[in-house]
Design a protein around this ligand. Structure first.
Ligand SMILES: Nc1ncnc2c1ncn2[C@@H]1O[C@H](COP(=O)(O)OP(=O)(O)OP(=O)(O)O)[C@@H](O)[C@H]1O
Ligand SMILES: [Mg+2]
Length: 256
């Protein structure tokens, strides 16, 4: 029997720490070398490659645009050949480093909506997901992807907020939209960039979503981000141990 992968989408307001947390989760899952892990940067603004210490050569959107260009140039290919080419090029867009793979969705060249990219994302997730044990998706800010149901394969939704009312509100909206549109195994909220225990305790009664834990404002994370350093080199400290217990709350049945 094929084991169903754990697919975690990390979502929340802009700037709350989605990319940092996605990178740390990726690191934690891939520390066990028997886990096959893929991190997917689904934010058109891109950024997950930095904390993962990976260089992106090609995004899913590059693949799409190359294809559109050659079709516009009048290159004629049958459906089968087209699919074969797409398959091959998508495979090329996946960066691999030992048991860790990385895929960036990128952004469309033209203005307008991300529907095509998102549809493509959906197809790709469907195809590749079963080759991995853990899939971590760094989502774009806001509720767009949830709205467009591209997240239908996601098994666990990890919402992130900072202490702000706006951040909590975005998390609550995403949770509501997600519960209406998608069936997850679990949903939880991680508080990030919190000043101290007092602040965390003050926030708890204001939140209806199951809380996975809280992470304090951390100078090392900020510094690593400032210099684009790999989060694989971040010292094992309170952030990592908080995240480990947050994961135990989100995925009670699976082992990292
Ligand atoms: N626990 C933390 N302590 C201190 N700084 C943090 C912490 N978590 C994240 N940051 C900092 O907050 C900023 C935003 O973090 P990050 O890029 O991870 O957020 P994001 O939600 O992915 O943002 P965006 O919506 O722009 O993609 C970065 O400068 C990062 O270093
Ligand atoms: Mg980000």
């Amino acid at each position: 029997m094929i084991k169903k992968p754990v697919i975690i989408a990390v979502c929340g307001k802009g700037g709350v720490g989605k990319t940092s947390i996605s990178a740390l989760l990726t690191r934690m899952f891939s520390e066990n070398t028997s886990n096959r892990v893929i991190a997917i940067d689904a934010d058109p603004a891109e950024g997950l490659s930095y904390p993962l210490g990976i260089t992106v050569k090609k995004t899913v959107d590059d693949v799409r645009n190359d294809l559109i260009r050659s079709i516009e140039k009048g290159e004629k290919t049958g459906k089968e050949a087209l699919l074969k080419r797409l398959d091959y090029e998508l495979f090329e867009a996946i960066e691999e480093k030992e048991n860790l793979a990385f895929l960036a969705i990128g952004r469309p060249e033209s203005d307008g909506c991300y529907c095509q990219v998102n549809n493509l994302l959906k197809e790709i997730i469907k195809e590749i997901v079963f080759n991995f044990d853990y899939v971590i998706i760094d989502g774009e800010a806001g509720v767009e992807q949830i709205n467009r149901r591209v997240m239908e394969m996601v098994t666990h939704l990890l919402l992130v907020t900072d202490a702000s009312a706006k951040g909590r509100n975005v998390a609550a909206t995403i949770e509501m939209v997600a519960r209406k549109n998608v069936s997850f195994e679990s949903v939880g909220l991680l508080l990030n960039k919190i000043k101290d225990k007092e602040e965390a305790e003050e926030l708890l009664p204001l939140i209806d979503i199951p809380i996975l834990g809280w992470i304090a404002e951390n100078e090392t994370v900020r510094e690593f981000d400032r210099y684009g350093k790999s989060f694989f080199d971040l010292p094992e400290d309170s952030i990592i141990s908080t995240l480990r217990s947050a994961l135990e709350n989100l995925l009670p049945s699976s082992k990292t």
